[in-house]
Design a protein around this ligand. Structure first.
Ligand SMILES: [Zn+2]
Length: 447
């Protein structure tokens, strides 16, 4: 199903566009892949698309995902990762730099952009590393990488452990005007910890990763951002203490922003132990698919993260989509790779917070669209006239059961297999083109 020159009048939806403070039953006119007008009863020479009963928003913007290409194509490719993205409603994805090789040269940035141009279903904005090879010892050439198209800098997967290196990175980032994104976990405090340091770790006899491993580094980064005047963005905030530190720093006017993942908002460390009483063999006594860095924390931490979303302390919801192969996860939990394949479940996970009355739908949509775009200065996440017609239509009444085998992502690693979740991505548009539609909407369109 295609519109004429990717043009449509999308009618009948409740349109939520936080960038323009809009939440109303209006039509959206898409002309040649661009948002032309938003308003009531639009008359236009374009095919009608009936979105009755759906919620229409800008396509979601993910500040943090791992597409694994180049070098780790057995886990994911730009093609499969962006296919997963559009199924999950994400039309813009920012790819992390811990590929093989690490994204630390303009040539690698150019390679990712070229492959995205050829094969991606969604828009891809690459991050580059902060240090060469993410070894933490020598800064990358930020100006050249920025020129090549890097939207931010991160050694994600690893923290920038050396405080002096972080200070220099922040100072240099001022020259290119792009944020440093830090994976805050002090390696000296984490050591070989596997899960959150707490009761579940004790009960399972697993080594813990203390909340303080994250919080000390968030505090350090906030202070260095204050000192340098640079923009630091805290990846995947997971603890109550981190939320408190970021809130206090924002009140002081520090240029600090933060993201949170769907799993840290909605799951706790207790699900790691879920398989203990099943008849699995001993090596699989824990749910390795719930192993993630930073680890799933406590219910009190999740509540603090939700409060942080609501009061603006946390700017964005980001997936930290981290696909792994079966072999990466089919081993003893301390040896298993960390990460969750998240793009295809993210919206439904966080929509649970709307269902339970903890977050309003417009707030949730803002954390998936306008807010992440603002954090990285991206041109998407809005239905302003002239913006690319990247849209998602949501069927909030639908429920579905998570079947990792049906994922477009190569990463089947999710602790949610078999879970029934509310809300479904019905249609996704990139540049006005329908790039994903569930069965019952595939018949809709021009009439
Ligand atoms: Zn990370």
């Amino acid at each position: 199903m295609t519109g004429i020159n990717n043009s449509w009048v999308i009618r009948g939806a409740r349109v939520i566009d936080p960038a323009n403070d809009l939440d109303a039953a209006v039509d959206v006119l898409v002309r040649e892949g661009t948002i032309a007008r938003v308003g009531r009863a639009l008359q236009a020479d374009a095919p009608n698309l009936d979105a009755d009963g759906l919620v229409l928003t800008p396509g979601f913007v993910d500040l943090h995902c791992h597409l694994r290409e180049p070098g780790l194509e057995y886990k994911e490719t730009i093609a499969t990762g962006t296919q997963a993205a559009v199924r999950g409603g994400f039309t813009t994805v920012c790819s992390m730099a811990n590929t093989d090789p690490v994204v630390d040269t303009p040539a690698t940035v150019a390679l990712i952009l070229a492959r995205a141009q050829a094969a991606a279903a969604a828009r891809v904005f690459p991050l580059a590393a902060v240090t060469q090879g993410s070894w933490g010892t020598q800064l990358v050439e930020m100006a050249a990488l920025s020129e090549a198209g890097a939207v931010a800098f991160s050694d994600d997967g690893l923290a920038v452990a050396d405080a002096r290196m972080m200070r220099h990175a922040l100072e240099y980032s001022l020259l290119v005007g792009k944020p440093i994104v830090d994976h805050c976990e002090d390696p000296e405090l984490v050591q070989d910890g596997v899960v959150h340091e707490g009761l579940t770790a004790l009960r399972l006899g697993l080594r813990g990763r203390p909340a303080e491993a994250e919080e000390t580094m968030v505090a350090r980064d906030a202070l260095l951002a204050r000192r340098t005047g640079a923009h630091v963005h805290i990846a995947h905030v997971s603890t109550q203490g981190s939320v408190d530190i970021i809130r206090a720093a924002k009140r002081q006017g520090v240029r600090i922003t933060a993201e949170v993942t769907p799993h840290h908002l909605t799951l706790t460390d207790e699900i790691v132990a879920r398989k203990l009483n099943e008849n699995a063999d001993a090596a699989l006594a824990y749910d390795v698919n719930a192993k993630v860095n930073p680890p799933l924390r406590t219910a009190a931490d999740a509540e603090a993260l939700i409060a942080g979303l609501n009061d603006g302390t946390i700017d964005a919801i980001a997936t930290d989509h981290a696909p792994h192969s079966e072999n990466d996860k089919l081993c003893e939990i301390s040896q298993a790779e960390s990460g969750i394949s998240c793009l295809e479940t993210a919206f439904s996970q966080v929509y649970q917070l709307v269902r339970s009355g903890k977050v309003t739908l417009p707030t949730l949509v803002s954390k998936l669209t306008s807010e992440p775009s603002r954090v990285f200065g991206l041109p998407t996440g809005t239905l302003s006239p002239g913006a690319p017609a990247d849209l998602v239509a949501l069927d909030l009444d639908a429920t579905w059961t998570v079947d990792p085998d049906a994922f477009a992502s190569k990463g089947k690693n999710t602790p949610l297999a078999g879970a029934t979740l509310p809300g479904k991505v019905a249609m996704t548009f990139v540049d006005g083109k329908i790039v994903h539609a569930v069965d019952r909407f595939q018949q809709r369109g021009a009439r």
